[in-house]
Design a protein around this ligand. Structure first.
Ligand SMILES: Cc1cc2nc3c(=O)[nH]c(=O)nc-3n(C[C@H](O)[C@H](O)[C@H](O)COP(=O)(O)O)c2cc1C
Length: 148
């Protein structure tokens, strides 16, 4: 199994989560920051994660999605996550993970598990207690649920 994790991160929290997810995923795992992306060869599981900024994913993630549009191999398992703040007022803008799932839906791919979100205490972090453990469980669940 070849997994590719693409993430973006301004303050390091999403990077920490991406690394935790990489530890929880079985098989070959490549983890790459959006912007440093190389072509995707033989990827069975593509995981994309972004900080929520202004209710959506970041520009480097948008550029990555633009680049792979129409080129995702049939049968690729897709999973998405974001980091976000717990405050209720931000809800009106939406969140990165949901918009990532919407993007993949438009490309013809359902995510193999529900989009995950991990909470930061404030914009710069740190992550709230238990969020790394949550990410690890989600990674393991993703591998159990995905198609071989
Ligand atoms: C410009 C900016 C806009 C943000 N907008 C939102 C938002 O709409 N909703 C939200 O929950 N968090 C928002 N945040 C908080 C980010 O989600 C938080 O900074 C991020 O999860 C931290 O991840 P990182 O350390 O990987 O950058 C925003 C942060 C920045 C810097």
């Amino acid at each position: 199994m070849n997994a590719l994790i693409i993430y973006d991160s301004m303050y390091g929290n999403t990077k920490t989560i991406a690394r935790t997810i990489a530890e929880g995923v079985t098989g070959n795992v490549k983890i790459i920051k959006a912007g440093d992306v190389r072509p995707m060869d033989d990827v069975n599981l593509l995981i994309v994660g972004s900080p929520t900024q202004g209710g959506r994913y970041t520009k480097p993630i948008a550029a990555f999605l633009n680049e792979i549009s129409g080129k995702i191999k049939k049968g690729t398992n897709i999973a998405v996550f974001d980091t976000r703040m717990p405050s209720t007022w931000v809800k009106i803008f939406g969140f990165a993970a949901n918009k990532l799932a919407d993007y993949f839906k438009k490309e013809g791919f359902d995510t193999v598990v529900a989009p995950e979100f991990l909470l930061v205490q404030s914009a710069k972090g740190p992550l709230m207690d238990g969020e790394r453990e949550k990410a690890m469980l989600w990674a393991k669940n993703t591998c159990r649920t995905m198609n071989p």
